[in-house]
Design a protein. Sequence first.
Length: 347
Amino acid sequence: MDTALKVGVMGYGLAGATFHAPVIEHCGRAEVTAIATSQAERAQADYPNARIVADFDALLAIDELQCVVVATPNDTHFDLAHRALSAGKHVVVDKPVTLSSRDARTLADLAQQKGLVFAPFHNRRWDGDFMTVRALIESGRLGRITHYESHFDRFRPKVPQRWREEAERGGGLLFDLGPHLIDQALTLFGAPQTVTAFVKAHRDHAHAPDYVHLVLGYADKEVILHASALAALEPPRFAIHGTRGSYVKNGLDTQEDQLRSGMRPGNPEFAKNPPGTLREVDGDLDLRHEFATRDGAYVEFYRALAAAILDGKPFPVSPQDAVDTMTIIELAMQSEQEGRRVPFARG
């Protein structure tokens, strides 16, 4: 390995142990140098060469660390990220980066002042199906896009007892899956003109939103983003329609389930995805066929991070992207409360 980015991971629950540490270790340009966790035995067994410490202060005190990953409950993100940046560390913050656009802007400004990378963990830009969608739209094969629909639906009728289901801690689908759906749409189409939203808690005993339906308004298209915990028969992950055709893709990108199962990047089966369906219509041409889905590539997030920190290259997920995402989440809550379409204004 060339010079490796030395990364410290704060938190070794689901996010730290499943979505960050394994991807860091397999990206080829970074290493898990330290982990702060109360699960010391588990973390040391997984990463015997890493230094295991008990808390965030001990993590920040490790001079060799260049970057800190904040993989803790949502309501702790702002404080920990602010402390990391103040200590001169580059920082990756799991989504949502904060619970407000104002706090996201504060972190963005602090990082800029200190010349540090503030990287929102919008890793689903490297979902195989989203990379396929992005390339397909950019190719023009669908013509001018008029309708884009992105779903992230599951069937989880029982509400577990965990912080992710507590609204006051930033739990619920709007903060959990909303950032991914919104960031993908912003990546494709830029900022919308308006936001309309329906944000509900439908399950028995639910205390945080488990149904989110957003409509981002643009001059020439409607963008629909949807997440539900009560979808026993899942709709397509993507349905995109344009003036020259349509594309539909079923099923979620495989990387999450594979990482949860213990499979790691580098395995020949890792990140393989089934095809979608493309219909192209242009004059007498009318073709309907399977359309190959790209392999997912979460490792590219950390490769890009290493290139930004070690080589000075631009990082593809900007602090402004985080601010815009949080702004849309706030506007979604406002739309639900007021029952109206609200205008988007960049923070």
